[in-house]
Design a protein around this ligand. Structure first.
Ligand code: HEC
Length: 455
């Protein structure tokens, strides 16, 4: 996990008003939060015990709990539902002390007993591998001093990850869980403005002739490079755009975006600051929808890193008006509606609804993408554990708060660049396979996951 190249200081500057809106939201949601907190704690402890097998003492479950659950200073257990482990760059958990000894002991036991053979289901093996790769990546990024402890843990993880590897054919045969979710009809197919908090799943997202257009960047850079770099090669990220007039309108809009801004100019909102595409790009029409799909990257049994059709999450934004999130009225009438569908391991293994769970409006998580460099609340005496949790859908506005096209970060994140030696980005129509190939090229050259293959 590398640090996202975005300057969060710049975000803060751009989103000053957003914080005021947040304060109002805090008040109104405080009571709901307490209730939701209790609900989630109960859910977390009751479900995370038996993710990989019904027996809570099964070694796969013990490994998962050790790596994905944390025990607070108050004795409560947290985590287990997130896609990523709750660890930070400074975290000492698993690297020093009893948790480290326990990790080494469990992994030794796993390897000696050939526990990889205890579960044959390719989906569970694949998912356990991706769960362990996340820990492996974090160890590579950790800045704790105990280098030899880290190296010892990484070596054992590398071996375990290798033992869990599937053949190429098995990886190809893994379920396309997004399509399964679409077929299950467990989620509404369209955004319903009368029920604006209800997560939806567009069944035609991957349809090459449908209204959603998968994007690539003309010069061969990854379209979602911030995510790709941050998640350090364990997932690929696909971006889809859908204007209300369907594919024809989306393609025509992309064409305009490629021709109109020709150079970098001064931002009228923040003169003297960062450069923005110039002349001003054409604005998005209302009703525009965007999606960011995260799919797992696995290591096969010949030691190759390969993309998969296993969708881990799909984030969606719908534009209802072209105003910044910081607008005074954003509290009552947000300019964008935000949604996330993400895999719940238990639902995935039960074969229901593609394994997805629609993130609820009050649902919290231990932030990862945006606060990986923050303090580890489990180890910081002055911080309660809950301080590491935030309402998932309320974090989106922190980065996507500018009006319209300026919050379309696959395109306009270039506004955060300091130098102007490249022209404004040019987005083109692509396919998931093509964009995944671009990202795999980066992964094979630069990501930490590559160390799994060539230590
Ligand atoms: C910490 C900053 C940050 C947060 C928080 C964040 N995103 Fe993003 N998002 C980005 C960046 C940066 C991109 C551009 C792709 C890239 O470079 O990885 C992006 C891309 C996207 C895209 C593709 C369209 C676009 O704007 O490029 C969607 C859809 C999206 N995010 C939805 C969401 C949703 C929904 C949430 C909240 C659940 C969210 N994002 C939270 C930074 C963020």
């Amino acid at each position: 996990m590398r640090r996202a190249g975005l300057s969060f200081g710049v975000y803060v500057l751009l989103c000053a008003g957003f914080l005021r809106t947040q304060e109002k939201l805090e008040e109104v949601h405080l009571r709901n939060e307490v209730l939701s907190q209790r609900r989630q704690e109960v859910a977390s402890t009751s479900t995370s015990c038996c993710i990989y097998d019904r027996d809570p003492h099964h070694i796969w479950n013990r490994l998962f709990r050790l790596f994905y659950l944390r025990t607070g200073k108050n004795g409560r257990q947290y985590g287990g539902a997130e896609l990523d482990p709750y660890v930070r760059v400074e975290t000492r958990y698993l690297i020093v002390g009893p948790s480290h000894d326990e990790a080494i002991r469990l992994l030794d036991h796993f390897l000696q007993q050939h526990a990889e053979l205890l579960i044959r289901d390719p989906l569970k093996r694949a998912w356990m591998q991706r769960d362990l790769i996340a820990i492996y990546n974090w160890l590579a990024d950790s800045d704790t001093e105990q280098k030899s402890n880290r190296a010892q843990l990484q070596a054992k993880l590398r071996e375990t990850i290798g033992r869990l590897a599937l053949t190429d054919d098995e990886i190809q045969a893994l379920p396309d869980n997004y399509q399964e979710a679409a077929r299950s009809k467990a989620f509404p197919a369209i955004y319903d403005s009368r029920d604006p908090d209800r997560g939806f799943l567009p069944p035609d997202l991957f349809d090459p002739a449908g209204s959603w257009v998968c994007l690539s960047e003309q010069h061969g850079k990854s379209v979602a490079s911030e995510h790709l770099i941050f998640f350090d090669g364990r997932s690929v990220f696909l971006v889809f755009l859908d204007l209300p007039g369907g594919r024809t309108e989306t393609l025509a809009y992309l064409e305009k975006l490629r021709t109109i801004p020709t150079h970098w100019g001064e931002d009228r909102e923040f003169p003297g600051g960062i450069m923005v595409p110039s002349p001003e790009p054409p604005q998005l029409p209302l009703g525009t929808r965007m999606a960011l799909v995260r799919q797992a990257v696995l290591m096969d049994n010949s030691g190759r890193l390969v993309p998969t059709h296993l969708t881990e999450s799909a984030q969606i934004r719908v534009y209802r008006s072209i105003r910044p999130f910081s607008d005074e009225n954003a509290f009552r009438d947000p300019p964008q509606r935000v949604f996330e569908l993400r895999v719940d391991r238990q639902v995935l293994f039960s074969g229901r609804s593609g394994g997805f769970h629609a993130v609820a409006a009050d649902e919290k998580e231990f932030g990862f993408f945006n606060i990986y460099r923050g303090p580890d609340e489990f180890e910081d005496e002055n911080n309660p554990e809950e301080a590491g949790q935030a309402i998932i859908l309320r974090q989106c506005g922190g980065c996507h708060s500018s009006p319209g096209i300026h919050s379309f970060l696959s395109y306009s994140r270039e506004r955060f660049r300091i130098s102007d030696d490249l022209p404004p980005p040019k987005l083109i129509e692509s396919t998931p396979a093509r964009e995944a190939a671009v990202e795999m090229e980066w992964i094979r050259h630069y990501a930490t996951t590559t160390d799994l293959v060539h230590p």
